[in-house]
Write a protein that binds this ligand. Structure first.
Ligand code: ADP
Length: 190
Protein backbone atom coordinates (compact mmCIF):
# COMPACT_ATOMS: atom_id res chain seq x y z
CA UNK A 1 0.00 0.00 0.00
CA UNK A 2 0.97 3.61 -0.53
CA UNK A 3 -0.49 5.85 2.16
CA UNK A 4 0.26 9.53 1.80
CA UNK A 5 -0.52 12.39 4.11
CA UNK A 6 -0.85 15.60 2.15
CA UNK A 7 -0.03 18.19 4.73
CA UNK A 8 0.17 21.95 5.04
CA UNK A 9 -1.71 24.99 6.26
CA UNK A 10 -5.27 25.74 5.18
CA UNK A 11 -5.27 27.00 1.62
CA UNK A 12 -1.91 25.44 0.76
CA UNK A 13 -3.36 23.57 -2.22
CA UNK A 14 -3.86 20.10 -0.77
CA UNK A 15 -7.23 19.52 -2.37
CA UNK A 16 -6.09 20.74 -5.79
CA UNK A 17 -3.02 18.51 -5.76
CA UNK A 18 -4.86 15.52 -4.30
CA UNK A 19 -7.26 15.55 -7.25
CA UNK A 20 -4.30 15.32 -9.66
CA UNK A 21 -2.47 12.69 -7.61
CA UNK A 22 -5.54 10.44 -7.60
CA UNK A 23 -5.44 10.33 -11.40
CA UNK A 24 -1.74 9.60 -11.50
CA UNK A 25 -1.49 6.96 -8.76
CA UNK A 26 -5.02 5.50 -8.42
CA UNK A 27 -5.20 6.08 -4.69
CA UNK A 28 -8.35 6.94 -2.73
CA UNK A 29 -8.50 10.60 -1.72
CA UNK A 30 -9.98 11.16 1.72
CA UNK A 31 -10.49 14.79 2.74
CA UNK A 32 -12.01 15.21 6.19
CA UNK A 33 -13.02 18.77 5.24
CA UNK A 34 -14.95 17.43 2.22
CA UNK A 35 -16.53 14.71 4.36
CA UNK A 36 -17.68 17.29 6.91
CA UNK A 37 -19.07 19.54 4.16
CA UNK A 38 -20.99 16.57 2.73
CA UNK A 39 -22.47 15.81 6.14
CA UNK A 40 -23.36 19.48 6.66
CA UNK A 41 -25.03 19.78 3.26
CA UNK A 42 -27.17 16.76 4.12
CA UNK A 43 -27.86 18.16 7.59
CA UNK A 44 -26.98 14.86 9.29
CA UNK A 45 -26.39 14.70 13.07
CA UNK A 46 -22.65 14.53 12.37
CA UNK A 47 -22.89 17.57 10.11
CA UNK A 48 -24.86 19.49 12.71
CA UNK A 49 -22.25 18.72 15.34
CA UNK A 50 -19.33 19.70 13.09
CA UNK A 51 -20.93 22.92 11.91
CA UNK A 52 -20.45 24.95 15.09
CA UNK A 53 -16.72 24.23 15.13
CA UNK A 54 -16.12 24.73 11.42
CA UNK A 55 -17.98 28.05 11.39
CA UNK A 56 -15.54 29.40 13.99
CA UNK A 57 -12.47 27.93 12.29
CA UNK A 58 -11.89 25.52 15.18
CA UNK A 59 -11.08 21.83 14.99
CA UNK A 60 -13.94 19.36 15.25
CA UNK A 61 -13.33 17.13 18.33
CA UNK A 62 -10.98 14.22 17.72
CA UNK A 63 -13.42 11.42 18.53
CA UNK A 64 -15.91 12.74 15.98
CA UNK A 65 -13.28 13.21 13.28
CA UNK A 66 -11.53 9.91 13.91
CA UNK A 67 -14.83 7.99 13.84
CA UNK A 68 -15.79 9.55 10.51
CA UNK A 69 -12.36 8.81 9.01
CA UNK A 70 -12.46 5.22 10.19
CA UNK A 71 -15.87 4.70 8.57
CA UNK A 72 -14.59 6.03 5.26
CA UNK A 73 -11.48 3.84 5.32
CA UNK A 74 -13.44 0.75 6.31
CA UNK A 75 -16.00 1.39 3.56
CA UNK A 76 -13.16 1.25 0.99
CA UNK A 77 -10.97 -1.70 1.95
CA UNK A 78 -9.79 -2.82 -1.48
CA UNK A 79 -7.73 0.14 -2.60
CA UNK A 80 -4.03 0.50 -3.44
CA UNK A 81 -3.69 3.12 -0.76
CA UNK A 82 -4.99 6.43 0.48
CA UNK A 83 -4.24 10.12 0.19
CA UNK A 84 -5.19 11.73 3.47
CA UNK A 85 -5.93 15.43 3.09
CA UNK A 86 -6.71 17.53 6.16
CA UNK A 87 -6.12 14.54 8.42
CA UNK A 88 -4.40 13.97 10.81
CA UNK A 89 -4.52 17.45 12.38
CA UNK A 90 -3.64 16.46 15.97
CA UNK A 91 -1.32 13.95 17.64
CA UNK A 92 -4.33 11.89 18.77
CA UNK A 93 -5.50 11.71 15.14
CA UNK A 94 -2.00 10.66 14.06
CA UNK A 95 -1.93 7.83 16.59
CA UNK A 96 -5.42 6.73 15.52
CA UNK A 97 -4.38 6.73 11.87
CA UNK A 98 -1.28 4.64 12.57
CA UNK A 99 -3.39 2.14 14.52
CA UNK A 100 -5.99 1.96 11.75
CA UNK A 101 -3.40 1.36 9.04
CA UNK A 102 -1.61 -1.21 11.21
CA UNK A 103 -4.87 -3.18 11.34
CA UNK A 104 -4.60 -3.34 7.56
CA UNK A 105 -0.91 -4.23 7.76
CA UNK A 106 -0.07 -0.86 6.30
CA UNK A 107 1.59 2.31 7.48
CA UNK A 108 2.02 5.93 6.52
CA UNK A 109 4.46 5.96 3.60
CA UNK A 110 5.19 9.67 3.65
CA UNK A 111 3.90 12.97 4.95
CA UNK A 112 4.45 15.69 2.37
CA UNK A 113 4.01 19.27 3.50
CA UNK A 114 3.20 22.03 1.04
CA UNK A 115 5.09 25.02 2.38
CA UNK A 116 3.32 28.34 1.70
CA UNK A 117 3.85 31.67 3.51
CA UNK A 118 1.02 33.10 5.66
CA UNK A 119 0.18 36.13 3.54
CA UNK A 120 -0.11 34.02 0.42
CA UNK A 121 -2.43 31.60 2.23
CA UNK A 122 -4.75 34.31 3.49
CA UNK A 123 -4.94 35.83 0.02
CA UNK A 124 -5.67 32.45 -1.57
CA UNK A 125 -8.40 31.55 0.92
CA UNK A 126 -10.18 34.91 0.73
CA UNK A 127 -10.06 34.62 -3.04
CA UNK A 128 -11.41 31.05 -2.89
CA UNK A 129 -14.19 32.33 -0.61
CA UNK A 130 -15.61 34.36 -3.48
CA UNK A 131 -16.63 31.17 -5.27
CA UNK A 132 -16.32 28.24 -2.84
CA UNK A 133 -19.54 28.90 -0.97
CA UNK A 134 -17.58 28.20 2.22
CA UNK A 135 -18.46 30.70 4.91
CA UNK A 136 -15.25 29.79 6.77
CA UNK A 137 -13.35 31.22 3.77
CA UNK A 138 -15.01 34.63 3.82
CA UNK A 139 -13.99 36.21 7.12
CA UNK A 140 -10.35 37.16 7.59
CA UNK A 141 -10.52 36.67 11.38
CA UNK A 142 -11.78 33.09 10.94
CA UNK A 143 -9.11 32.41 8.33
CA UNK A 144 -6.39 33.72 10.65
CA UNK A 145 -7.81 31.58 13.48
CA UNK A 146 -7.47 28.48 11.26
CA UNK A 147 -3.87 29.39 10.53
CA UNK A 148 -3.17 29.92 14.23
CA UNK A 149 -4.66 26.51 15.10
CA UNK A 150 -2.53 24.98 12.37
CA UNK A 151 0.57 26.48 13.98
CA UNK A 152 -0.38 25.67 17.57
CA UNK A 153 -1.75 22.16 17.14
CA UNK A 154 -1.48 20.73 13.68
CA UNK A 155 2.17 21.53 12.98
CA UNK A 156 3.08 18.97 15.70
CA UNK A 157 1.91 16.27 13.32
CA UNK A 158 4.84 17.13 11.05
CA UNK A 159 7.24 16.47 13.95
CA UNK A 160 5.41 13.28 14.93
CA UNK A 161 6.21 11.77 11.52
CA UNK A 162 9.61 13.50 11.27
CA UNK A 163 10.78 11.37 14.21
CA UNK A 164 9.85 8.34 12.10
CA UNK A 165 11.78 9.92 9.19
CA UNK A 166 8.64 10.21 7.12
CA UNK A 167 8.10 13.96 6.91
CA UNK A 168 9.27 16.11 4.06
CA UNK A 169 8.56 19.67 3.02
CA UNK A 170 8.24 20.92 -0.53
CA UNK A 171 7.83 24.45 -1.86
CA UNK A 172 4.09 25.05 -2.25
CA UNK A 173 4.47 28.28 -4.22
CA UNK A 174 4.43 28.04 -8.01
CA UNK A 175 2.05 26.86 -10.70
CA UNK A 176 -0.26 23.91 -10.01
CA UNK A 177 1.75 21.90 -12.53
CA UNK A 178 5.12 22.77 -10.96
CA UNK A 179 3.97 21.76 -7.52
CA UNK A 180 2.42 18.57 -8.89
CA UNK A 181 5.77 17.65 -10.46
CA UNK A 182 7.54 18.25 -7.14
CA UNK A 183 5.07 15.91 -5.45
CA UNK A 184 5.45 13.22 -8.11
CA UNK A 185 9.24 13.33 -7.72
CA UNK A 186 8.84 12.51 -4.04
CA UNK A 187 6.22 9.81 -4.55
CA UNK A 188 8.14 8.12 -7.35
CA UNK A 189 11.09 7.82 -4.97
CA UNK A 190 9.14 6.00 -2.27
P1 ADP B 1 -8.68 24.00 5.05
O1 ADP B 1 -7.54 23.05 4.86
O2 ADP B 1 -8.79 25.05 4.00
O3 ADP B 1 -8.78 24.56 6.45
P2 ADP B 1 -10.53 21.76 5.23
O4 ADP B 1 -11.57 21.51 4.22
O5 ADP B 1 -9.42 20.79 5.35
O6 ADP B 1 -10.02 23.22 4.87
O7 ADP B 1 -11.19 21.90 6.68
C1 ADP B 1 -12.25 22.79 6.94
C2 ADP B 1 -12.64 22.72 8.43
O8 ADP B 1 -13.11 21.38 8.75
C3 ADP B 1 -11.50 22.97 9.41
O9 ADP B 1 -11.30 24.35 9.66
C4 ADP B 1 -12.00 22.21 10.65
O10 ADP B 1 -12.98 22.95 11.35
C5 ADP B 1 -12.70 20.99 10.06
N1 ADP B 1 -11.77 19.84 9.94
C6 ADP B 1 -11.32 19.28 8.78
N2 ADP B 1 -10.48 18.26 9.04
C7 ADP B 1 -10.39 18.16 10.38
C8 ADP B 1 -9.66 17.32 11.28
N3 ADP B 1 -8.83 16.38 10.81
N4 ADP B 1 -9.82 17.50 12.61
C9 ADP B 1 -10.63 18.44 13.08
N5 ADP B 1 -11.34 19.29 12.31
C10 ADP B 1 -11.23 19.16 10.97
Amino acid sequence: MINLILFGPPGSGKGTQAAKLVEQYALLHISTGDLFRYEMSNDTPLGQEAKSYIAKGELVPDEVTIGMLRNKVEANPDVRGYIFDGFPRTIAQSEALDALLAEKEGEVSKLIMLDVPDDEIVARILNRGKTSGRTDDLDEDIVRNRIQIYKNETSQVFDFYAIKEKSIKIDGVGSVEEIFNRLCDEIDNL
